[in-house]
Design a protein around this ligand. Sequence first.
Ligand SMILES: [Zn+2]
Length: 262
Amino acid sequence: MVRFALPMYLLKALLPAQTRLRLRSYSWWARGWFYQGKEVFCPLCEGHFQKFLPFGVERRPQALCPKCHTLERHRLLWLYLQEQVQVETQQLSVLHMAPEPVLQEKLKRLPNLQYRSADLSSPLAMDKVDIQRLPYADASFDLILCSHVLAHVPDEKLALQELSRVLKPKGRLLLQARIFLDLPQTLEEADVATPQQRLKAHGQADRFRKYGLDFSERVSAQGFAVSPVDYAQTRTSQEQQHLGLGQQEIIFVATPSAHVPA
Ligand SMILES: [Zn+2]
């Protein structure tokens, strides 16, 4: 496959974000065409391909959709939204934090949703917000999506309290996060304070903590009832492979605890 590339800093300086996204989608479309096949199926772009591509610092095989660039967790979340939330037919007000571009485009197009996306810095989001101080009224949303965000927020408690405030009493907050399975307790050291220290301790300069097996408890402590859902298990192992759902991707379904039946 023929590839060419301009330095990213040059592209960023010369082109607005929407144009860069359009150009990137053309290149992904070409890659999707190159890898078209029958072996795997991406439920987000509804494409059939020879395989999903390896992705990640610790390379995961069968991870990245060649065409729409989504990962295991995105495909799993979309299946959950389709099947358990009936997101394509229910009348819902939705807040999508740090929106993944492909998922955002799908959700924006659904006429039954009142959809807002929000991010601190992404030009692709509809609202520029700090998750620790959300600009929305109390009880605004039926559904909030917050995937791989909380580890990058300085004050996790404040963020969860804000998400709880803007969620309707019977609403649902769907959380995804990288859980370090070797950590019984979340690693969050007071003396890891600079980007350099965070990079060394947590592997990313903007990762404020490494979540351990106590993630649900930390969310519960801020007023939620939390159900960890291993949604890939609703499929056979062959179906999991076919859909590229990955290993141990958990969706944490959080509801305001005051409204959960005892
Ligand atoms: Zn795809």
